[in-house]
Ligand binder design. Sequence first.
Ligand code: FES
Length: 151
Amino acid sequence: MSEAADRPATTRRTLLCGAAVLAAGGATLGVAGCSSSGGSGAGGSTDAQSTAKATPVTVGAVADVPVGGGKVYRDQKIVVTQPTAGQYKSFSATCTHAGCLVDQVANNVIQCPCHGSRFNITDGSVADGPAPTPLPEYQVTVTNGAFQVTT
Ligand code: FES
């Protein structure tokens, strides 16, 4: 097989970072975003920008979410559940199998209509596949009787 298939592709970013080092005569430069590890080193401006706070979204009334059940907010692609009285949880409503929206919450599970995956209302974990991973969890608070969800 070809040698090119075994090594990582050279990206535009790699070339630009290399050019910055060459322009400086090989001297060590602190060029932001030129880490070869791709990790989250301290001081990386890209990481700081990607962790900006999201604005909470009001999705609906607390009264709409029964104990042991939940409600799917299709427009926002959010599901809110109440595993025990007064305990609220929120998750992405996008199924981790193939991206359908979950459509029902009953008997302590969130159900996907497409291929039958079911997720636990307590933590979004997979109760029945084929979904490979849990539903991502969101932060939910209650303000004036309504859910505020931060995605
Ligand atoms: S998309 Fe949900 S089970 Fe397949």
